[in-house]
Ligand binder design. Structure first.
Ligand SMILES: [Zn+2]
Length: 372
């Protein structure tokens, strides 16, 4: 059993974990408490429970906690203290999530702080709406930390943690491997790997990007034929099995490409989505609707990724680069489809357009580029 500690100044919030507890009854033990007025006392209370994962309400300072006293600090300083001690003793490191209602979490912008303190920032609704995913993802973080700690300070930790083959090593900048080995605490390794590989689709594809690569319509995402196709893919060692893989299903982009080229002599990228699903059907007997471009509403098109904003299959030519600073040039950047620019919805989802594509985006916003 792993220990999960949840600290919130409002006791009525502990209810959000009810469903999660039922899902996780044999794997996770939960300890919930309100913070102490003094930050040191809160840190001591947390340490006493030997957490494998810590959930911190982002605003700990909203409601009196003891004797009408308010905890005059937010989640950040609490997390910082644990992060500092992990540098002294890396074996004591564990994942820390900030949890909040949406309106509060917007105040926290990790890009504006010196470094990221939290592994994840979750809305409280996630525990209630997706308890099963919440449990799997929490366990995957706990186990990721244990794996990182096991190989910390050894050579080539990225090879071990991602379980990459020689071809994939070639896609990653050699400096990146060295930089990962230089990081001073497991949490820095975890946050770096999560942001670089799990949370962005370039080497590893999430389900939306897998559909786009295959030219399959998102409506088929849960179909029995798509489940069968993912089963075939898994059997052929395309599914990612490195750290975080148990909570975040991903597929290797290069192995997917190699599988279709090697087994069926099909280069999927050279085909339109209508042609791709036809080929896949010829090869496997499975039937799919072709992906449509959101911009042209047409399947006679070369979609290659899922828009970062709306997740629809998208073509490079009908998308712009998102403002997306990445630590190494080799890492694939996020892109936004033209339809999201036209409707403005990308802004509500927290995306910005990169300066290099602002000229195009502005034309779309002002109706100077329209379909047809
Ligand atoms: Zn979009």
């Amino acid at each position: 059993m792993y220990n999960v500690v949840f600290v919130d100044d409002r006791e009525d919030q502990f209810i959000i974990l009810n469903q999660v507890k039922r899902e996780a009854k044999d794997t996770l033990d939960f300890f919930e408490f309100v913070p102490e007025a003094s930050i040191i006392d809160t840190q001591k209370a947390i340490s006493k429970k030997a957490p494998d994962l810590l959930l911190l309400d982002y605003r700990l300072d909203e409601k009196p906690v003891r004797d009408d006293k308010i905890a005059e600090y937010k989640a950040g300083p609490v997390a910082q203290q644990f992060r500092d001690s992990a540098i002294e003793d890396y074996k004591n490191d564990f994942p820390i999530f900030a949890v909040s209602h949406e309106e509060n979490i917007r105040l926290y912008d990790p890009d504006k702080t010196a470094h990221d303190l939290f592994d994840q920032i979750w809305f409280k609704n996630f525990f209630v709406d997706h308890p099963n995913d919440a449990v799997n993802q929490m366990i995957s973080f706990i186990e990721a930390y244990k794996e990182i700690i096991d190989c910390f300070n050894t050579e080539n930790i990225l090879h071990k943690l991602l379980q990459i083959n020689a071809e994939e090593v070639g896609f990653i900048d050699s400096h990146f491997f060295k930089d990962i080995n230089k990081l001073k605490a497991p949490n820095l390794v975890s946050i770096n790997i999560f942001k670089t590989f799990i949370n962005r689709s370039w080497l590893l594809l999430d389900k939306d990007n897998l559909l786009a690569r295959l030219g399959i319509h998102p409506d088929d995402k849960e179909s029995t034929h798509f489940n069968e196709l993912t089963r075939i893919i898994t059997e052929n060692d395309i599914e990612y099995s490195g750290i975080f893989g148990s909570g975040f299903q991903r597929w290797w982009a290069n192995r997917l490409k190699g599988f279709f080229e090697g087994r069926y002599s099909v280069a999927l990228g050279d085909l339109t989505s209508a042609e791709r699903v036809e080929k896949i059907s010829e090869c496997t007997g499975l039937k799919f609707q072709p992906a449509l471009s959101r911009w042209t509403n047409n399947s006679d098109t070369y979609v290659s990724f899922a828009c970062s904003s709306c997740k629809n299959p998208t073509e490079v030519e009908y998308s712009v680069s998102a403002y997306d600073p990445v630590p190494h040039p080799v890492i694939g950047k996020n892109r936004i489809c033209w339809s999201c620019i036209q409707t403005g919805e990308y802004g509500d989802r927290g995306f910005l357009v990169d300066d290099s594509d602002e000229f195009t985006a502005d034309k779309i916003r002002h109706g100077k580029i329209v379909f047809g």
